[in-house]
Every structure is written in structure tokens, then in C-alpha cells.
Design a protein around this ligand. Sequence first.
Ligand code: FES
Length: 147
Amino acid sequence: MYSEKVMDHFSNPRNVGEIENASGVGTVGNAKCGDIMRMYLDIDDSGVIKDCKFKTFGCGAAVATSSMATELVMGKTVEEALKITNKAVMEALDGLPPAKIHCSLLAEEAIHSALWDYAEKNGMKIEGLTKPKSDIHDGEEDTKEEY
Ligand code: FES
């Protein structure tokens, strides 16, 4: 059902954790399944992503897609990271079962949410970036029930 790459990133997820004083932090949640993903970006003065970490409270596909998403954004500029779609994440993982496509969407939205936070903190506008609908503001997730 799952590709070897998905199983690898699920069993051995890359870049799990937090970044203290991150340039941008984004948290997104899927209203239907209740899974939550948080992405931390460390961005240097020239707009290049130097580090990326994540925490995912969710299904295996959500863990694998967020792990792959961190690998894809690392070293990219903000503009390049914005172009990383859930399709690109899925392709990098050699595909996902149709029922799990929404999990990869969460990874794309987590990147966008962290970029949105970075832009807000720096009073800038990133061309083409909109705030993800699944964005969870700070504190809101604390009111959610545990899954
Ligand atoms: Fe919802 Fe995977 S089942 S993110």
C-alpha cells in the first residue's frame, strides 16, 4: 500500500524537533481527521532556509510527508519553498494512496503557514503566498481535544 520511501520516512523521520527562535513557525490542522503539523523554519538574511524542523501529531502518511517536506525546503529560498506543492512532496515519496492525499496537503500548508509567520514577523509580503485555511493560531491548539 505504501512505497518504500514512505515507510522509510515514517519509520525514520528526518528533522523532527523544534527550532528555538525560529524565523517562522506554522501550525496547521486537518479538520476532518484532527491531525496537526507544526513546521519551524530558520531563514537567513538573504532569504535562504538554513534549517527546518517539524512535529506532527498525526497519521503515518502525515509524518512521512512532513519529513520529506523538510528535506525539500532545506537550502531553498523563500520563493522556491513556496513553489513546493503537495504533489511534489508525494512524487518525492513515490506516491501515496488516494485516501492519504490530504495528508500531503497538510505538509504543503505547514510550509505556507511557517512562511506566512516569517513574512508577518518581518513586515513583508511574499508574492503568491496566502494564509492557509487550516492555519491554527498560537494557543488555539491548546483548546483542542487530545486524539
Ligand atoms: Fe489526516 Fe493523515 S489521516 S493527515
